[in-house]
Write a protein that binds this ligand. Sequence first.
Ligand code: SF4
Length: 469
Amino acid sequence: MSYKTYHDLGEECGIFGITNNAEASNYAYLGLHGLQHRGQESCGIVTAGSDGLRKAVGKGKVGDFFTEENLKPLTGTAAIGHVRYSTTGGSNIVNAQPLVMISHRGSLAVGLNGNLVNAKPLREKLEAEGSIFHTTTDSEIIIHLMARSREKNTVMAFIEAIRQIEGAYCYMLLTEKELIAVRDPHGIRPLSIGKLGDSHVIASETSAFDIIAAEHVRDVAAGEVISIDLTTNELRSDFPFKETHEHMCLFEYVYFAKPSSDILGKSVHSIRYKSGITLAKEYPAKADLVIPVPDSGVSAALGFSDASGIPFTMGLVRSHYVGRTFIEPSQSIRGLGVRLKFAPIRKLLDGKRIVLIEDSIVRGTTSLRIIKMLRSAGVKEVHMRIASPMVKFPCFYGIDFGTYEELIANKKSVSEIAEMINADSLGFISLPGLREASGFAANELCDACFSGRYPVAVEESHSKLAFEV
Ligand code: SF4
């Protein structure tokens, strides 16, 4: 297997865990619904109880895969769950998580959100020393590293393992005795702790707590290892890394997270709303209506509308029943896919000049298709405003743009992109403007895809323009 194929299995995922609950699998099922936006390719739940670990993983969305029948055998009182989206090769069910493996430590289930930047050398070393990998995901590396550890205590073996990995990650593990979770020492991916009665809950986003009516207690700190003893339900916190720093992924706030979530004490919706206000100041437009590209453009469009006084309306309706990818039937009708996802409301749009608010432009193909569709619905002028700066650099930390070649902003100027997508004008929020809207200082964020400043060094072949912050 080539490194390219392997590395491309970056994981934009959601993880969830719960302890001390007779309905652990049902709560995990609901919690995963609250994280479904983080991955629709596969899902899974593993429970731990008196009869060991029990697992159900499969392809597709949570609501499609799980049934009363496959949830019923998941009888344990602790559970971890996972929703997954990978960039390529993802249809392989073998990569669905949580993975469950058996070693001299007993059964172990693991789920990952993120990407390891030193996965390739680690995996090669482990394979050279005799490890046989069953999957192509970075999740499995931690299991092999733990299996080799001489530490008797599972939490200590886990800590020894995570000291050998580098990247942007949150891991969640379940054994028959404990639930363990970690947020990487660079603090790039989000992870929060909640409480539901006497149960501890941990999730990638607080939207998972909302759905089960759990209380959000706090966020897991950068480099913090949480371990919960399944017998006593005692929660312990360890900080095994010498240096830690918060560099929350700015793209979580721009696009990836659910607007209802709070990450590191900041409302995702509020940051998007403020970015819309800033965008209206930086790139005003003369127009009749502000229209968001739903759903992730809605909050910024509200901010733009309030700041500019141009009325907001939902000129595009989004279908929520279409997956992230679909098979286009033939060359001759290629491009119609966007109509499966968005429907323009002609009676609102006909003859109007619109400000179209989008969260980001990565490859440019979707924007081109949306504008074409809007023009065919009678729109007179399209002034496109983007609530994130130009994405000029790849993400090596688990978000779905891993190469320079696929980024339109890496190849073209703003005016060239405007021409390519057929917009009458185009404006991207500035990076200082977005940082200010986020309320974070520059050194508290990862904004590498906008700035090229990578908080975790990446392989040289990937990082000609990168430097550590
Ligand atoms: S490079 Fe961009 S998408 Fe990737 S973690 Fe950093 S901010 Fe997020």
